[in-house]
Write a protein that binds this ligand. Structure first.
Ligand code: DMJ
Length: 579
């Protein structure tokens, strides 16, 4: 008989625990292991299905698919492709950085914090994949961004992919867990700016703040690394009120405003000395090592409410100088391209990476407050159209329908002959029987014969890169010409044909074989989910989910909202006052 007043279940459970404590312990351990976010998803089971915060926002509703809705159906197809790729990663890659989409092997190439999750969050949101989004928020929520002594975070990649991904997902969902993660990561990355010039170094240990120099020449940083963190750190400063984020990221910008660092009227060198803050190369590019620096000049200005005149001027000067000095037209097909200058000599390399540029030109032309003169505006528009046509031709010409990573363009016998502005001026001066548009602007006819194409591939591989479809998306939004959508769809079909594999989509090489498919090399960079599929989805979606006057994409396609700095806030930031 139990003593009076004592509930019998207490006695019973005490007896059970006394006798069966090893089993109880085992069950408790199993329960903890199967629900904690530290456990890989495939061993985990969820107690509560939805992890959405009670008052959390909801993604845009998925429009029901109606028969005959061509573009709606295509947007669905891209969403399905994303689900296929992310599920492959979820099952075989998570919590590692990426998955090899053919073998299902997990890869840690960005510090093992799970870069694909961070890079994919906002795509899930925009595609209306609510459960997947909130499951992924839970998967990332426990991340501390720590690393052992002797390892260094790749500052540029961590900023654009992890920090950019978190900030965008926060802006869309307002889930406070995402802002906490972004703030923690931002703090851990700040020591990277501790250099005499204020240019961030290539690598930073996120525990100790120790720095590592990158590149062969030691204490140097490339232009893209120095100037592609301002959108993320400025938005983080805006959200947290922490002046250190603002002052750290603004210092490299200030160094760039000085005319003494600008050559050819607006070009910035590809390499910079982190000690002196001065250029230490005579190479200029709009592709690798430089690309997103020019993009961020325009986009920071847009994101911070179009108030900073210095930034606006920096962009306009740079865009004009790129048009003046880096744009060429090939002799064979009048194909417009953007190339690099090394010691004043054009290399005539044309990179897929540089296919973001027409999109940026189009975005600039579309923004009245940029106050381009009529002549500038016309030139930027033509440059956007001609370059975007050339980027498309690189896909359209080859058997696989996917573009080589970079090509070498055929040259004129006298190099100067191919400079676009010279040809443009000649065209402008022609009074009679002038073609309706200048050289290099017209669409190109597909050329199947490699010898007739006017270029040859230097890297015959398509790495699932986004730049061309990013440009098609902006061209479509700004011109409403349906050819950009059709081209995007052709790229998607080529991806389905050549790249779709068991656990996602793979990079491919040998793109121009007529009798067989390209060779698949088992690699799915996180930018494919962050950028390529997102831009394709937005290109086919009729609703303007990311209006250009309210959002600006960072260089990894993470949309960040436009906001206004108040004069008081900037004063506080300048004097280091925490808001
Ligand atoms: C992406 O990580 C970013 O777009 C970056 O700015 C340049 N290259 C890759 C994709 O090609």
């Amino acid at each position: 008989m139990p003593p009076q007043g004592r509930p019998s279940f207490l006695l019973l459970s005490r007896a059970v625990v006394r006798r069966w404590w090893p089993v109880c312990l085992l069950f408790t351990a199993l329960f903890w292991f199967s629900t904690t976010t530290l456990t890989p998803r495939r061993f985990r089971f969820r107690v509560f299905k939805s992890t959405r915060p009670l008052n959390g926002l909801r993604p845009p509703p998925v429009r029901p698919l109606v028969e005959g809705d061509l573009w709606g159906g295509r947007a669905y197809a891209v969403r399905e492709a994303f689900v296929h790729a992310y599920t492959g990663y979820q099952k075989h890659g998570l919590p590692h950085d990426e998955v090899k989409p053919m073998t299902g092997e997990a890869v840690d190439n960005f510090h093992g914090w799970g870069v694909t999750m961070f890079d994919s969050l906002d795509t899930m949101w925009l595609m209306g994949l609510e459960d997947m989004f909130y499951d992924t928020v839970e998967d990332v929520a426990g991340q501390e961004f720590g690393m052992p002594e002797g390892e260094y975070a790749h500052f540029f990649e961590v900023v654009i992919r992890y920090l950019g991904g978190l900030l965008s997902a926060y802006a869309l969902s307002e889930d406070p867990r995402l802002l906490r993660l972004a703030d923690n990561l931002g703090e851990r990355l700040l020591p990277a700016f501790n250099t005499p010039s204020g240019f961030p170094l290539y690598g930073v240990n996120t525990e100790t703040g120790k720095l590592k120099h990158g590149g062969p020449g030691g204490k140097q940083v490339c232009l893209a690394e120095a100037l592609s963190n301002q959108m993320e750190f400025k938005y983080l400063a805006h959200l947290t009120g922490n002046p250190r984020y603002y002052s750290a990221t603004e210092k490299p910008m200030k160094a760039m405003y000085g005319m003494e660092n600008i050559m050819y009227g607006g070009l910035l060198a590809t390499m910079w000395d982190v000690e002196t803050g001065e250029p230490n190369s005579t190479s200029f590019s709009a592709g690798a090592y430089a690309d997103s620096a020019y993009e961020y000049a325009l986009k920071q200005w847009l994101m911070t409410g179009q108030n900073d005149v210095k930034m606006r001027d920096l962009y306009v000067r740079s865009a004009n100088a790129i048009i003046e000095h880096l744009l060429y037209v090939g002799p064979r097909r009048q194909m417009l391209y953007v190339t690099d200058l090394k010691n004043g000599v054009p290399t005539h390399r044309f990179e897929h990476l540089a296919c973001f540029l027409p999109g940026v030109f189009a975005l600039g032309v579309h923004t009245p407050a940029l106050a381009l003169s009529d002549k500038e505006s016309q030139r930027h528009r033509w440059a956007a159209e001609g370059l975007a046509n050339a980027c498309w031709a690189l896909y359209d010409d080859v058997a696989a329908g996917l573009s080589p990573d970079y090509v070498l363009m055929d040259q004129w016998t006298v190099a100067e002959q191919g400079r676009w502005v010279s040809l443009l001026e000649e065209w402008e001066e022609t009074k009679w029987e002038r073609p309706p548009v200048p050289p290099g602007v017209r669409p190109l006819v597909r050329e199947r014969e490699p010898a007739e194409r006017g270029y040859s591939p230097l890297k015959d591989a398509y790495l699932l890169r986004p730049e061309a479809v990013e440009t098609f998306y902006i061209m479509w939004r700004t011109t409403k010409d349906v050819k950009w959508r059709k081209r995007g769809w052709a790229v998607f079909e080529a991806l389905e044909r050549n790249s779709r594999v068991r656990y996602g989509y793979t990079s491919v090489r040998y793109l121009d074989e007529n009798d067989h498919k390209p060779f698949q090399f088992d690699d799915m960079p996180s930018w494919f989910l962050a950028e390529t599929l997102k831009y394709l989805f937005l290109l086919f979606t009729d609703e303007d989910l990311v209006p250009m006057d309210k959002w600006v994409f960072n260089t990894e396609a993470h949309p960040l909202p436009v906001f206004q700095w108040t004069a008081k806030l900037l004063e506080d930031f300048a004097s280091g006052v925490q808001r």
